[in-house]
Ligand binder design. Structure first.
Ligand code: AHM
Ligand code: MG
Length: 309
């Protein structure tokens, strides 16, 4: 009997047939996507409110932060593929199974302060081979993905063969929506984080002045997953979160926020830097390491870096 032609592509099938990743990595990425389905459901059904706990950075955790962290943990424990993980919600590296092949970094619910406003929020993941992410560089990641919980839930992944987007359908499967997402060299949109830094960072003010003078389009939601997804889906743009004032190194963390997005952005043809070196080349020294981030369309990133020097 002839096998029917392929009519739709699930995440699992895409990882198998197109990305052709090793089975263990495919199982791990599919399990991460299963966790994200539960988070998506939790967002829709959990009452927003404070959990009464603080995370490692002294920030108030919301119920959904805690819940999302627990959900991801459950799935990472289940498959015996994860040696250690680093989560935004945990102070230290968490050890699961010493001889398992992968280590995972994640922010289970990025932008959680926006929950009550019903803005889009997301989850971010990076996967490394081996039993530690400390001392490693984001360029060593073998997979990175994010899930954006907006009006629709979408998942975007790379394993080093382009960037691909899937949509969560009504029966709970991630189905291919767009293959090989690309980011053009020039930007029309800008997404400027940590504007508190303008006073102490004259180069950043120059960049801001130019964005305004050139009538570029402002798109900033306060959730980096949504803001960087905007760049990937529109095929151009720039997102910044640079140092100064309240956050000398910028607000965002290298292991589980900037690292995975740097891998995705480079795979889409864009770039990501801290202003002096590529994010992909930075060594992860601690779980809470922050880094300035300028990410998106290559020419625009270069122009901003030049202004800040
Ligand atoms: P979170 O991980 O505690 O949610 O914080 C990270 C978020 C990013 O998604 C976003 O880009 C940034 O914080 C926004 O910061 P600000 O509120 O200073 O604009
Ligand atoms: Mg975050």
């Amino acid at each position: 009997m002839k096998i029917p032609a392929r009519t739709r592509s699930s995440l699992n099938r895409h990882l198998f047939d197109d990305a052709q990743v090793p089975d263990a990595l495919r199982h791990l990425l599919v399990d991460i996507s299963r966790a994200a389905k539960y988070i998506s459901y939790a967002i829709q059904t959990t009452e927003a409110g404070l959990a009464g706990a603080v995370n490692q950075f002294g920030e108030e955790q919301q119920k959904l932060d805690v819940l999302s962290d627990d959900i991801v943990r459950e799935f990472l424990c289940e498959n015996h593929l994860v040696s250690t993980y680093v989560s935004e919600e945990q102070k230290e590296v968490i050890e699961l199974e010493a001889n398992a092949p992968y280590s995972v970094v994640f922010d289970p619910l990025d932008g959680s302060s926006l929950i009550e406003a019903n803005f889009a929020i997301g989850s971010i993941f990076g996967v490394y081979e081996g039993n530690t992410v400390l001392g490693r560089k984001p360029k060593e990641q073998v997979g990175a993905l994010y899930v954006l919980y907006g009006p629709r839930t979408v998942l975007v992944y790379t394993t080093g063969k382009g960037v691909h987007m899937f949509i969560l359908n009504d029966v709970g499967e991630f189905i291919l929506l767009e293959e090989n997402m690309g980011v053009a060299d020039d930007a029309k949109n800008y997404s400027p984080g940590n504007l508190r830094a303008l006073d102490e960072n004259p180069g950043y003010r120059k960049a801001m002045d130019r964005w305004l003078t050139e009538h570029m389009t402002l798109r900033y939601s306060g959730c980096m997953v949504a803001d960087i997804h905007h760049i990937l889906s529109k095929g151009q743009g720039v997102f910044t979160n640079v140092g100064g004032s309240k956050y000398p190194e910028g607000k965002l963390r290298l292991p589980f926020e900037c690292g995975p997005f740097a891998f995705l952005m480079e795979q889409a043809g864009g770039t990501a830097t801290d202003g002096t070196q590529p994010i992909m080349e930075k060594t992860i020294q601690s779980v809470d390491q922050r880094t300035p981030l300028i990410i998106g369309s290559k020419n625009e990133v270069e122009r901003i870096v030049a202004m800040m020097q």
